[in-house]
Design a protein around this ligand. Structure first.
Ligand code: ASP
Ligand code: MG
Length: 412
């Protein structure tokens, strides 16, 4: 017997037929003798619609009322799934965030979980009842409904698994696991049986959007074993019995590849600040105002100077580009730059693997493979388990394919 948290994403509960299929999938685990708690997302598309309504009424709407509105999607699916379970003879009860309670801080719209009261749910599970928890929502210190940020029901599920001391958190989604890269670009991409938390975090932060980043951070901190698997893929409508990908501690992975995955992101933009004086304080003068404006800077290079002036090149999220331009223009006096160049047509390609800690030559292989395809590298950044390069967006697919082959990741 295991205690399992099963989480179903929006596509898995998109209509009543799928909700029935989810109920049957849950029943299978219950019949197998497991204690089960379920976390659900809103039906796919519902949260987008709710967000849009808030924006249409007022672009600067009150964040508390936004939460009141957007949390309803999950309330609907939690009730519907509880009904569907009862209908096939499984004892089930829905739970909203405030009823558990799942307490958060007061950052409405992007709240962080502060605690979950698990005892009541554990007691009910022991008596054979299945709690069906509305993901994405909690209750703040002001006793109003909060939500955890888009994609937040992954985080609800992992936090619940930690609070209930579950053996596993199974996340059912519309992909059947984590791949070495995007299978739409590389048909010979491989599904990984296991991936380390840290690798998953790096992949999530560089564009492989399988799980909400925060859920992976939490899983790593709390030691929750997370399994990513598909709700559909064996055609029975009951979800696959094929294992998905387990996200686990690095020590659990025996045969570690040097590179586990290759990710890309087209959500970046490049800015070059030209001819700034090469003196102490110049980086602070550029990046201070950007940070004050809430703009995240990612890769940075500073050129060497010949005549006492230098160029600073860096990347930001593409949606922040207009704001970054305005911010830098407003501080042109203090920074003292001559010209601002921007390029939204860039892509960041990253190779990720904990094996890099103990192997040399990973970056060299990357640079050599890209050079062989005639792809120019504009900016480079590295961490202990990741090498990222910025290239022209047009070469994204070519680069990903070349690297996938170069690191021996292709299915043979
Ligand atoms: N329904 C919410 C969203 O679409 C939360 C989630 O699905 O994870 O962002
Ligand atoms: Mg999601």
């Amino acid at each position: 017997m295991s205690r399992i948290v099963m989480k179903f994403g929006g596509t898995s509960v998109a209509n009543l037929d799928r909700i029935r299929a989810v109920a049957a999938r849950v029943k299978r685990e219950v019949v197998a003798g497991n204690q089960v708690a379920v976390v659900v997302s809103a039906m796919s598309g519902v949260t987008n619609q709710l967000v849009k309504w808030c924006q249409e009424l007022s672009p600067l709407h009150d964040a508390r009322e936004y939460d009141t509105v957007v949390a309803t999607g999950e309330q609907v699916t939690s009730g519907l799934l509880a009904i569907a379970l009862q209908e096939i003879g499984v004892e089930a009860r829905s739970w909203q965030g405030w009823q558990i309670p799942l307490s958060t801080d007061d950052a409405h719209g992007r709240a962080r979980i502060e605690g979950i009261e698990g005892a009541e749910l554990i007691g009910r599970m022991a008596r054979g009842q299945v709690p069906v928890v509305a993901g994405f929502q909690g209750i703040g210190p002001d006793r109003r409904v909060t939500t955890l940020g888009r994609g937040g029901s992954d985080t609800s599920a992992v936090a619940l698994a930690a609070a209930l001391k579950a053996d596993r958190c199974d996340i059912y989604t519309d992909v059947d696991g984590v791949y070495t890269t995007d299978p739409r670009i590389v048909p010979r991409a491989r599904k990984l049986q296991k991936i380390a938390y840290e690798e998953m975090l790096e992949l999530a932060s560089v564009g492989a959007k399988v799980l909400q980043t925060r859920s992976v951070e939490l899983a790593m901190k709390a030691g929750v074993r997370v399994q990513v698997l598909s709700s559909f893929d064996d055609g029975s409508g009951l979800g696959s019995d094929l294992p998905g990908t387990m996200v686990v501690d690095e020590d659990e992975i025996v045969e570690q590849e040097i590179v586990s995955g290759i990710a890309y992101s087209r959500d970046e933009a490049k800015i070059t600040v030209r001819h700034v004086p090469d003196r102490p304080g110049i980086a602070a003068a550029i990046f201070g105002p950007l940070s004050a404006a809430g703009i995240n800077v990612d890769m940075i290079v500073q050129n060497i100077s010949a005549d006492g002036s230098t160029d600073m090149t860096f990347t930001i999220g593409r949606t922040d580009l207009p704001r970054a331009q305005l911010t830098l223009a407003a501080h042109q006096g203090e920074i003292g730059y001559a010209e601002l160049l921007t390029d939204p047509d860039v892509a960041k390609i990253s190779v990720v693997g904990v094996g890099m800690r103990s192997h040399t030559g990973v970056a060299a292989t990357m640079f050599t493979s890209l050079a062989a395809k005639g792809i120019n590298i504009q900016v480079i950044s590295t961490s202990e388990i990741k090498v990222s390069v910025l290239i022209a967006a047009d070469y994204t697919e070519l680069a990903v394919r070349a690297l996938h082959t170069a690191y021996g990741l292709d299915v043979v």
